[in-house]
Design a protein around this ligand. Sequence first.
Ligand code: ADP
Ligand code: MG
Length: 474
Amino acid sequence: MNKTADFVWSNCLSFIKDNIKLQAYKTWFEPIKPIKLSGEALTIQVPSKFFYEWLEEHYIKLLRVALVRELGEHAKLIYDVRMENTYSSNSPQTVKIPSSNRNPLKPQKVSVPIESKRELKNPFIIPGLQKVKIESQLNPNYNFDNFIEGDSNRLARSASIAVANKPGGTSFNPLLIYGGVGLGKTHLAHAIGVDIKDKYPDKTVLYISSEKFTQQFIDSVKSNTRNDFIHFYQMIDVLIIDDVQFLSGKAGTQDVFFHIFNHLHQNGKQVILTSDKAPVDMQDIEQRLLSRFKWGLSAELQSPDYETRISILQNKLFRDGVEMPEDIVEYIAKNVKSNVRELEGVVISMIAQASFNRKEFTLELARQIVDKFVKNTKKEVSIDYIQKVVSKYFDMDVATLQSKTRKRHVVQARQLAMYFAKRMTKSSLASIGSQIGKRDHATVLHACKTVDNLTETDKQFRKYVEDLTKKLTF
Ligand code: ADP
Ligand code: MG
């Protein structure tokens, strides 16, 4: 019978599909195209060199069995590596072709006689290695019981619970929890791990910050134990990496993480990541890694609303065995909005102050502490920074803003810079004047009055002030 490449390959595929996880099948086999069959040699086209290496590393046995079934003992597999038009020159998916042959569209042929394939060492069959007990590095104080639910965290919290119930068994893999500082990312990440350890004591769970991961990787390279490092991570059932934004710009660490990630994902292991940004906003993270991050679920933690802030406060007070008048709790919840860590910080300071000075909780004490907290955590704004933001907003450079010109839009920009400098810094009028184009204090005073007036009378101008206020106070 005269078999075609399509026919042979489709038979191979149905065999392969029965033998591996669906996700892996979709990832690694669906993109392959059968190209040619000549005698006992089947040529398949794969999307990249990396893809080819991956198949060779992980599926060669399976491919061999499938092919031998179809084509007999002397079956041969030839890869046709279809080069991608990638922009990044250091992407390992780009095969380095000798300079005489550097046509990115020309397929590269790699012929691999199956019978001569070398066996790859599998770290899992090294005796004893699998039994190594790994400390989870989890903090039991961060659990689901004391993570207060609210609109701001509902999705992330439920996804986390789902993952904890069935690690590796949901479509939330990886689960990426992202959001601003102090909103509970680390807490949730630990809570998942703690719950899994509780439900599945035999699973190897590991929590690690991405800084520590990076450091370990660098050390492993220095001490020539990179492979051990990789093997170690490939043994984990549930890998939790906190603050992956710190991997940005670290190509080597990203690369090794990419391989670990693929291995874990491939084998149905759970990966949980946290980040201060959504994947789309992450910078200097390789595209192929970002695309992996998006495979599962990205769930955002937002700033808690008022009700949630009240619950968080009450819960904290309850756990600390402290009673606090309702109006004070409300005052704190009303004034500390941006993050939960600050909310807790205020309570801790209140308790410390009150017990240290044997004072009652008073609204006045709350006011002082909240004031300190909220002010201290605000970023100091400098006059330089204000000038930069204002110039940029009006699409001019700082030199123009400071110049002597009387052009109306430049004058307005200059006046706005002075106004914000007065409002947002502790500098004197004279000092503001000297920093913004060497003017005197009377000019600055005049500028502030003008801005006040225009804000009341001119709608467009009011918009400027509002926009700039937002930009300057984030
Ligand atoms: P992130 O990692 O996002 O910066 P953390 O997880 O460290 O934030 O949280 C900061 C503090 O706020 C921790 O003490 C944490 O327990 C607490 N926290 C955050 N969200 C909640 C919540 N929903 N319920 C209870 N405590 C919370
Ligand atoms: Mg954190």
